[in-house]
Design a protein around this ligand. Structure first.
Ligand SMILES: [Zn+2]
Length: 150
């Protein structure tokens, strides 16, 4: 259904199909997990409604259900992100480093499909953040003073 003549833009065809594969595999995997979870939750509900569980067990089951539900929600969000990533891939904007514009390696994208930076930039950023934290700690007293005076 794509109206784009050249999906992936200037991207190398091999890389384009490899990245599509990575994203689609991930999507299938998560869709399967979600369906499995939904089945599990339904099974639990049946057990609870037959009165087999006592009060304590059923409240534990409630907590378990909440955790399961949160997990399903998280996975649904991931599915949404994958959809977005596939759309960006079509546009030819997926898989490039946000910082330096270089291609993010396929190996890195396989491990972290939503990585927005290449490894080098990510590491540089982490180092900068660490330095920032140390500086913020050192500035602790000074910033309290500034806050007091608006
Ligand atoms: Zn980079």
């Amino acid at each position: 259904m794509s109206i784009l003549k050249n999906p992936g833009g200037e991207m190398n065809r091999d890389r384009y199909s490899e990245l599509t594969k990575i994203l689609e595999e991930r999507r299938r995997e998560i869709t399967d997990q979600v369906q499995e979870k939904i089945r599990d939750v339904r099974t639990d509900d049946n057990a609870a409604s037959t009165g087999v569980l006592d009060a304590v067990e059923s409240s534990e089951a409630d907590i378990q259900d909440e955790i399961e539900f949160a997990l399903i929600q998280m996975k649904a969000e991931t599915l949404h992100k994958i959809g977005e990533a596939l759309r960006r891939l079509e546009e030819g904007t997926f898989g490039y480093c946000f910082e330096c514009g270089e291609e993010i390696s396929e190996r890195r994208l396989r491990a972290l499909p939503f990585a927005v930076c290449c490894k080098d930039c990510e590491e540089a950023r982490e180092t900068a953040q660490q330095r920032e934290r140390v500086l913020a700690q050192r500035r602790g007293n000074a910033s309290l003073f500034i806050d007091m005076h608006g």
